[in-house]
Ligand binder design. Structure first.
Ligand code: OXD
Ligand code: MN
Length: 590
């Protein structure tokens, strides 16, 4: 399939290491993919779902010990520990290669090694990068086909001499004690072993498009970020684009596919989805920042997805989708998960594979679907997919939005004073643990730019890269922070969220276009109440005041927490961060 010597040499080495019985190149043809689906159904790796109700949809169950990304077993192996920084797990490359080579040795005996050439980003786009994943899992092949652009065209774009990210995955016996997700940014290499769960094995996603790409971006002058990308169309038909970074479980997919409240929809407002998880950003010739979504599908959390919470995501899963660890309704071979509706199937197969009465099981508090069960759905299925989704030049970004779950610290929305202040706002991002998770409620986990688990090098250098990028962007996007999760004294959410978040996005774009003024506060610019479109919301005036208020004591406490977090970076911390922190503290003390 290719004459690229680098590909062929590496493949020979990996064959000699893993010793597969045979090697199959994935050409991207429907005939080949269909044969693999059939084979996976024969071996039990996948279950065919109801092809009338869910055409092209399949089901997969992972091992019980293999249901999520494993941050404690994820490594960044740079030459020095300092290059990986204090947040990442690190091991010297030689030591890690030795450890891994022993695990891969003979790992594919009697099995097939699939060679998946894939492009992150539209094939041939100046933004795009190519990877080749070797795997012994058909599930991985079929998921990669949805999540990335796969096949012959990619090899053509790679050419005889092009560079690519080398990705090796072996499933082995999914032993959690020997599970490793390892990145060698300086070798353009990713190695994953002993897992078959999405985030650990679909190596184009977190491993390449964030960890390796963030390193490439730092070296090459662009950015790889954990951000959704959406287009907001106004009644005049103009579309402005926004990127937003939120930590997990803060509603990125929901915001990316938002349906405006009726009064805005009636006026002609619309939201278009470009991406729900990852953005690659480059400076365009006009001095603006442009973004592409390097992925081609959505690897979304199923529980909580319903017609009401995210109609568009649910629609996207109605065909050619792979479901992992949700529940099966045996009556008609469809799928179910908590939060889909209030009607769990009676004849259910729960995610671990046991047949149960779903109504009784859930009434007793059992979960039919794993809380991190997923759908892998083609982006083109999404009813609100942007017409610019395949644009090789990306979309121009007007605003960058950071956000997290903060019970009282952050107001509903505020705007950073300028790019550098915005970098500080992103670097001090944090989210609080909820009652749903084990441990104390309201504990702050600092998650700069929502990239804590995904920066492929020293986070202090990552902050510096943001400042450096600011100098290169003549017309930078404005930077904002949102908080949909503010609680009142009784612990109730004050803001309705979901589609109503559109009201906040409209204010953000009004600010980008200098259409409205704002109130300057200690932390940045907060809306004048009258500039927020609150029609039909039934929010008392005092509630709006509180949503926009700044709790000075809570902020002072937060600055202490920031100082503790940043201390671990020592002298490497950019001075701009320290200056912004001192400035904020001085303002709060005034
Ligand atoms: C994801 C994550 O799966 O951030 O997107 O964990
Ligand atoms: Mn994510």
């Amino acid at each position: 399939m290719t004459n690229n010597k680098k590909v062929l040499t590496w493949l020979e080495e990996m064959k000699a290491l893993c010793k597969p019985e045979k090697v199959v190149w994935i050409d991207g043809s429907e005939a080949q993919l269909e044969a693999l689906r059939e084979e996976a159904v024969q071996t039990g790796e996948m279950i065919k779902l109801n092809q009338e109700k869910l055409p092209g949809c399949y089901y997969h169950r992972t091992a019980e010990n293999d249901v999520a990304r494993v941050e404690d077993r994820t490594f960044i192996c740079t030459e020095t520990k300092e290059e990986a920084g204090p947040i990442n797990n690190w091991m010297a490359p030689a030591e890690m290669y030795a450890k891994l080579n022993a695990l891969y040795d003979g790992s594919m005996k009697g099995r097939t090694m699939y060679v998946i050439p894939y492009s992150m980003g539209p094939v041939g786009s100046p933004f795009s990068k190519i990877g080749i994943e070797l795997t012994d899992s058909i599930y991985v092949v079929l998921n990669m086909d949805i999540m990335t652009r796969v096949g012959k065209d990619v090899l053509k774009a790679l050419g005889e001499d092009g560079d690519f990210v080398k990705c090796l995955h072996a499933k082995r016996d999914v032993n959690p004690d020997e599970r490793y997700i390892v990145h060698f940014p300086q070798d353009n290499t990713i190695m994953s072993v002993n897992s078959a769960y999405g985030g650990n094995v679909l190596l184009g996603k977190k491993c390449f498009a964030l960890r390796i790409a963030s390193y490439q971006g730092m070296k090459e002058g662009w950015m790889a970020e954990h951000m959704l990308i959406l287009g907001l169309e106004n009644p005049k038909g103009e579309v402005k684009y926004i990127c937003a970074a939120f930590p997990s479980a803060c509603g990125k997919t929901n915001l990316a596919m938002l349906i405006p409240p009726k009064f805005l929809k009636d006026q002609g407002y619309k939201v278009w989805t470009v991406g729900d998880d990852i953005a690659w950003l480059r400076v365009g010739e006009d001095g603006r920042l442009y973004a592409i979504n390097p992925e081609a599908g959505f690897f979304g959390v199923a529980p909580g997805t319903s017609e009401k919470s995210n109609f568009n995501a649910l629609e996207a899963t109605k065909k050619n989708t792979i479901f992992t660890n949700v529940a099966i309704n045996e009556d008609d071979m469809t799928v179910w998960w908590e939060g889909l509706d209030k009607n769990p199937p009676e004849n259910a197969i729960e995610w671990k594979g046991a047949k149960v009465n779903g109504k009784e099981y859930t009434a007793e508090g059992g979960k039919l679907a794993h809380p991190n069960s997923r759908f892998t759905a083609p982006a083109k299925n999404c009813p609100c997919i942007s017409s610019e989704f395949e644009n090789p030049q990306g979309v121009p970004i007007s605003a960058i939005v950071f956000g997290g779950r903060r019970a009282k610290t952050a107001p509903l929305v505020y705007q950073a004073r300028d790019w550098d202040h915005g970098v500080f706002v992103g670097a001090t991002m944090a989210s609080e643990t909820t009652a749903a998770a084990a441990g104390a409620v309201g504990v702050v986990r600092r998650d700069p730019m929502a990239m804590r688990p995904f920066v492929g090098y020293n986070m202090a250098d990552y902050f510096q890269h943001w400042y450096d990028m600011g100098k290169k962007i003549q017309n930078p996007p404005k930077i904002f922070n949102v908080n949909w999760f503010r609680l009142d004294k009784d612990g109730n959410f004050m803001w309705p969220g979901f589609g109503d978040n559109m009201r906040v996005l409209n204010w953000i774009l009004d600010r980008c276009e200098d259409k409205v003024s704002a109130v300057e506060t200690e932390i940045g610019f907060v809306p004048n109440k009258e500039d927020l479109q609150l029609d039909g919301l039934d929010l008392a005036d005092e509630v709006v005041d509180e949503l926009l208020s700044i709790d000075i004591d809570a902020w002072k406490e937060d600055v202490q927490n920031q100082r503790e977090f940043f201390a671990q970076f020592g002298d490497k911390l950019p001075k701009e961060i320290k200056n912004s922190m001192d400035e904020l503290e001085a303002k709060l003390n005034k």
